[in-house]
Write a protein that binds this ligand. Structure first.
Ligand SMILES: Cc1ncc(COP(=O)(O)O)c(C=O)c1O
Length: 314
């Protein structure tokens, strides 16, 4: 039987280690997109979110969910972190989990890219694959039922409902963008998946500058190739989504996104993911309609986990 002191020390050590990891998350660069649009009175910037521990925008919410759960006594090394993820959140949980010796179990659709599955395996994740046709909605249902069967074994992170998801962006992504644009931005535009990035960042920015325009993006069709995005009309609406936050919702097609991925490689020197391409496609359309302004969007990750699409496009 371990003494109370031993357990207390272990928990203090875990809290300390989780704080150390936090200093390698966020503070990503804001990159100027200079050659893809012609109106020089409109500036477009993209936040390069793959440049942090965990490799994507999802490092922020995954870390915050884990940190908050440790702080509130809901998660330690004796429990499995459990969630459904189309990939990036799962990968971020896996990086942070491995660094903190917290086991991770993930439900994800079988059609998630091979690179993603390999990365998760390499980081020691216990994978539960769900059907391609059921998408992330089915993966969420399976995660929920695993938790309900053995609640003592798991901490169910539930990124779609967990307020730590949007709060991560409210406390980090929003303030970083505000400072990096010297408080000059006029438009924030990004895609909707769990909606955490949009909701948290947009809420913060609106409080700084009430006239800002906040634009959410979604795929044009239910069946689409924009990994990480949700089609609002046909998918389950995430609990953290607040429809009063966006001033406008626009759509982007997978084909438009792929075209922008190609252009961004050749003209800006950046190899970006399909959802990053879709975000930039939305920003470029918006730029066409403005006389002047400062637009910020997000590049959630780069091409490294999309080998199949990369081969197809280049
Ligand atoms: C590649 C990619 N783009 C966009 C998103 C959407 O971000 P959010 O879930 O914060 O809405 C995700 C989410 O998983 C993603 O993995």
């Amino acid at each position: 039987m371990k003494s109370a002191k031993f357990i207390e020390n272990k928990i203090d050590d875990l809290k300390q280690r989780s704080l150390t990891i936090g200093s390698y998350i966020g503070e990503t660069p804001l990159f100027p997109i200079q050659k893809l649009h012609s109106n020089k009175d409109v500036k477009i910037f993209a936040k390069l979110e793959w440049q942090q521990f965990g490799g994507s925008v999802k490092a922020r919410p995954a870390y915050r969910i884990i940190r908050d759960a440790i702080k509130n006594g809901k998660l330690d090394q004796t429990k499995h972190l459990l969630d459904a993820s189309s990939g990036n959140t799962g990968i971020a949980y896996a990086h942070v989990g491995a660094a903190l010796d917290i086991p991770v179990t993930l439900c994800l659709p079988e059609n998630a890219s091979e690179e993603r599955k390999q990365i998760l395996k390499a980081l020691g994740v216990n994978l539960k694959l769900t059907s391609r046709s059921g998408g992330t909605d089915e993966a969420q249902g399976v995660a929920k039922s695993i938790f309900e069967e053995q609640p003592e074994k798991y901490f169910y992170a539930d990124q779609y409902s967990n307020p730590s998801n949007w709060k991560a962006h409210y406390d980090t992504t929003g303030p970083e963008i505000w400072d990096q644009t010297d408080h000059t931005l006029t438009h924030f535009i990004t895609g909707l998946g769990t909606t955490g990035t949009f909701t948290g960042t947009a809420r913060f920015l609106k409080e700084q500058y009430p006239d800002i325009q906040l634009i959410g993006l979604q795929p044009d069709l239910a069946m689409h190739g924009l990994e990480g995005w949700k089609h609002l009309e046909t998918a389950i609406t995430p609990k953290i989504y607040d429809s009063s936050v966006p001033d406008e919702i626009r759509t982007v097609s997978t084909e438009e996104a792929h075209e922008v991925v190609k252009l961004t490689a050749r003209k800006e020197g950046l190899l970006i993911s399909p959802s990053s391409g879709a975000n930039l496609a939305g920003a470029l359309q918006l730029a066409e309609q403005l006389d002047e302004g400062v637009i910020v969007t997000i590049f959630p990750d780069d091409t490294s986990k999309y080998g199949e699409i990369f081969n197809q496009l280049f």
